[in-house]
Design a protein around this ligand. Structure first.
Ligand code: 26Q
Length: 833
């Protein structure tokens, strides 16, 4: 082992960590809370409206994380072990306090401490902002991964961006989505520690010059750049009751002094200040995922900023211990790319190794290919990232050189494998030729990685057969599946304490770290007493959600109704429209007096539309208009409710998933890579109505066909339909469908807003409708009728609910992380003394 083991800059270590650990008692927590509230934040009286109460609790908790954090880092340095950097443009963390208390096992003590001064821990929880540094599934997956890695003691560091503005807030005005900025940092973010000492410089623009060094080797220099400072802010990630605290390192952009000075010396103070702004704009705002956001230069700046700062940080740590010896680097480091968003890291690692550390191309390439691993999250070809070559040349000229060189060598390899197959060469090239040549980031990621994975079995299979077929033929061993999961600590233990307590009372609490133990519930599925307890545990969740909905929307729903829930980003492929057509169908049935055998149902839909996605915004408006008509019709009152839940986010899901009876997972087969909301609902005892898409396939396999409401065309059937799809005649030949369309097209839901739904309705009638909504209408309505009948059988429904929870064991990110570790990462757990 090397002598120099310290990641910290030189200086003697304060014996902080050697002293006695802070007590985890209510007394001590109260004492520390009082210290922070009074001495640090300067407050004398307890006013429940201030953010200071929340902040003081966090500081008291953070102190207890801090000593464990230091120990984890020390052991990591001491053991010089292999580690993973999880590179992601998104970490959708949500609130952190409850999770920290749960994992540290001090929720009771903290509650006790606060109650002594007349405060409620639940109220303090509610004062925390939801850290929304992500769009949806991909960002939340990264957050669940961090929780599971810390719990499994895997040395994984999250690297991301500290956006000043996270995911926008959604307000509904006249039924329309209105976006509002997310000022999550306004009152400070008390979990983070700024590490100015680890700041890195990231370069943009300029040009490259080449010259020969004294040994006659080509040297490349990237000059005349604009430099931006990347400042890391660290967030502690505690494992579940195992003393491990991992790190999420978020980079914030700041102008450098050099940068200011050059501009200033050129004579323009105002330009210098404006340039400072340009630098800091890089981390200003999270891009909401939308086709229209594709190709935005600022987004490429964000991607490179993250990749470069994170790789430089890793190399900084490496050279502290190993100097310029990179022979073991690939054995000790792995970079997991969360989609192609950080894929420029492939070229950036090459640049740093060659230009900064003087490695030759072949050595650098071997290291790169042995350290990078890529996860794909989409099957939509239009969602694959491409960047104009011209933009790269302007912004990252040295990286463009490197990408061209990677491509030249790669094309050589392909033409050796398939001599003369020029079509294949064009298909596989990192550059899409055309009037505007583009860089294909997925190809760069695949070529530069030793592992490429999809996120559900079906998705991974379709990748290899479709989008990435050529690559899978060249390198079959690179491709693998890693089915997604969710962390049961947040998505069951913390968000559904009632059900969690019931489960633990029956089968023990081992499920908190080994979710497959939920299988122990299956034998209880028909036990009448347990069934009653199961319902009794879930009912208050439904009441809580009903109350929240009443408060947010003014719509009253009864907790005994069937809670039929679809919450996720609004996208055509997710088919919120299909759900809406069914709502209109139920409305129509009740109206025409055919609703007697319908169980009372509350259809709850929530989700954000990307601001530039016109159709998605139209869908929200349409849901709200239909909801208004249904909810204001007295004949619907005890039968049907439709609500749009505004501003859906992580915290909302914590309230929603414990209350759902029916989980809507109704994407067009072959379009949803995995889905993860489906897993959260299942864990909490909701039953899925779904297509054979993404992880639904595995959910149905796990729970059994009898406990899943299947409908819709399969991937193969959807493919076979293309070219002969005729929604017009489908509608014409289905009386229910025809009535639904006639209602909508007659303007029944937009009396005073003519034509606003024309485009949407037309999309359903379009033979080229890629989402084939009409093709699945009949089987969806029939499956919903089966749901209706099943819900009437209280014992039968409860049985299905219990069996769903019991079968959700595979869908823990603990399992997902073990799979990544076994097949891709090969990390040893951190060995705390
Ligand atoms: C693209 C261009 C410009 C700006 C932003 C983006 C962008 C941002 C976010 C593109 C895509 C995303 C997010 C994608 C996502 O969340 N995908 C989901 O990932 C989940 C986790 O694997 C899956 O369960 C879902 O099926 C998948 O849709």
């Amino acid at each position: 082992m090397s002598a120099k083991k310290d990641m910290e800059p030189a200086g003697s270590e304060i014996e902080l960590l050697q002293g006695p650990a802070l007590p985890m008692t209510a007394d001590a927590i109260l004492q520390d809370f009082t210290h922070y509230f009074g001495r640090m934040l300067g407050r004398r009286t307890i006013q429940t409206q201030t953010p200071f109460l929340y902040q003081s609790v966090v500081f008291a908790v953070r102190d207890r994380l801090m000593e464990r954090w230091g120990k984890t880092r020390n052991v990591l340095q001491r053991d010089d072990q292999r580690r993973v950097c999880y590179l992601s443009l998104e970490f959708l963390m949500g609130r952190l306090l409850r999770n920290a208390l749960l994992n540290l096992d001090i929720e009771k003590e903290t509650d006790e401490a606060l109650s002594r001064i007349g405060l409620q821990l639940e109220d303090i929880y509610d004062r925390e902002y939801d850290a929304g540094l992500g769009n949806g599934g991909l960002g939340r997956l990264a957050a669940c991964f961090l929780d599971s890695c810390a719990t499994l003691a895997l040395p994984v560091t999250g690297y991301g961006i500290r956006y000043q503005y996270g995911m926008f807030h959604q307000r509904i005005e006249d039924g329309y989505q209105v976006e509002e900025p997310d000022v999550w940092l306004r009152a400070g973010f008390p979990w983070e520690i700024e590490r100015l000492d680890f700041a890195q410089t990231v370069h943009f623009g300029g040009r490259t010059v080449a010259h020969k060094d004294d040994k006659g080797r080509m040297q490349y220099e990237w000059i005349d750049t604009h430099a931006v400072l990347a400042i890391p802010f660290d967030v502690p990630i505690p494992g579940y009751r195992n003393e491990v605290v991992n790190t999420l390192r978020l980079w914030s952009a700041s102008a450098t002094n050099e940068f200011d000075l050059t501009e200033f010396n050129a004579g323009s103070y105002v330009d210098a200040v404006a340039a400072k702004n340009a630098a800091e704009n890089i981390t200003m705002v999270l891009y909401p995922n939308a086709a229209t956001e594709n190709g935005q230069e600022l987004r490429l700046r964000q991607q490179y900023f993250l990749a470069s700062a994170s790789l430089q940080d890793t190399l900084r740590i490496w050279t502290l211990d190993h100097g310029e010896d990179f022979s073991e680097f690939a054995a000790k480091n792995c970079f997991q790319l969360n989609d192609t968003h950080p894929a420029v890291a492939v070229a950036e690692l090459m640049r740093l190794l060659i230009d900064r550390h003087n490695l030759g191309w072949d050595d650098a390439w071997e290291i790169t290919q042995r350290t990078m691993a890529y996860t794909n999250h989409t099957l939509l070809p239009e969602a694959l990232e491409q960047w104009p070559v011209a933009m790269f040349r302007n912004l990252l000229p040295r990286l463009l050189d490197i990408i061209y060189e990677i491509n030249a060598r790669f094309i050589q390899e392909v033409s050796q494998a398939w001599p003369g197959d020029t079509d294949r060469l064009a298909r596989m090239s990192l550059i899409a030729e055309g009037s505007e040549p583009m860089i294909r980031m997925a190809h760069l990621a695949i070529v530069g990685s030793y592992s490429v994975n999809g996120v559900a079995a079906l998705h991974s299979e379709l990748l290899v057969k479709g989008l990435f077929r050529d690559f899978a033929e060249l390198w079959p061993q690179k491709f693998n599946n890693k089915t997604n999961g969710v962390t049961q600590r947040r998505w069951l233990a913390a968000c559904n304490p009632g059900l969690a307590a019931l489960i633990s009372a029956r089968i023990g609490d081992g499920w908190v770290t080994e979710l497959t133990e939920l299988a122990g519930l299956a034998p209880l599925a028909d036990d009448a007493e347990f069934q009653a307890q199961w319902r009794a545990a879930r009912l208050p969740n439904k009441e809580r959600l009903a109350q929240k909905i009443a408060k947010k929307t003014g719509v009253a729903i009864d907790a005994t109704m069937l809670f039929d829930v679809q919450v996720k980003r609004i996208h055509e492929y997710k088919r919120q429209l299909l759900n809406l057509l069914h709502a209109v169908h139920l409305y129509d049935r009740i109206r025409r007096g055919d609703g007697d055998d319908l169980v009372p149902r509350a259809i709850i839909i929530g989700g954000k539309a990307a601001p530039g996605y016109v159709m998605a915004k139209g869908i929200i408006k349409c849901i709200n208009n239909v909801a208004r008509v249904i909810n204001s019709d007295p004949s619907m009152s005890d039968k049907l409710r439709l609500v749009f839940y505004p501003d859906y986010n992580v915290t909302a899901m914590e309230l929603i998933c414990p209350a759902a009876d029916l989980s809507e997972q109704i994407s067009t087969a072959g379009k949803e890579a995995s889905g993860t909301g489906n897993m959260k609902f299942m864990m909490n005892g909701a039953i899925t109505i779904g297509t054979l898409d993404g992880a639904n396939v595995e959910i149905r396999e796990a729970v059994g066909a009898d406990n899943f409401f299947l409908f819709g065309n399969t991937v193969d059937e959807i493919e076979a339909l293309r070219g002969q799809y005729d929604p017009g005649s489908i509608i014409e030949n289905d009386v229910d469908f025809k009535r639904v369309m006639t209602l909508i097209e007659s303007g029944h839901f937009n009396r005073f807003e003519p034509h606003i739904f024309d485009d949407m309705v037309r999309s359903i009638r379009e033979p080229s409708d890629a989402w084939m909504t009409a093709a699945d209408f009949r089987s969806f309505v029939d499956a919903q009728a089966a749901v209706n009948d099943a819900y009437k059988d209280v014992a039968g429904w409860t049985r299905m609910s219990i069996l769903n929870s019991a079968a959700s064991g595979r869908f823990s990110t603990d399992r997902t992380m073990r799979d990544y570790n076994r097949d891709i990462w090969r990390l040893d757990p951190i060995a705390l003394d």
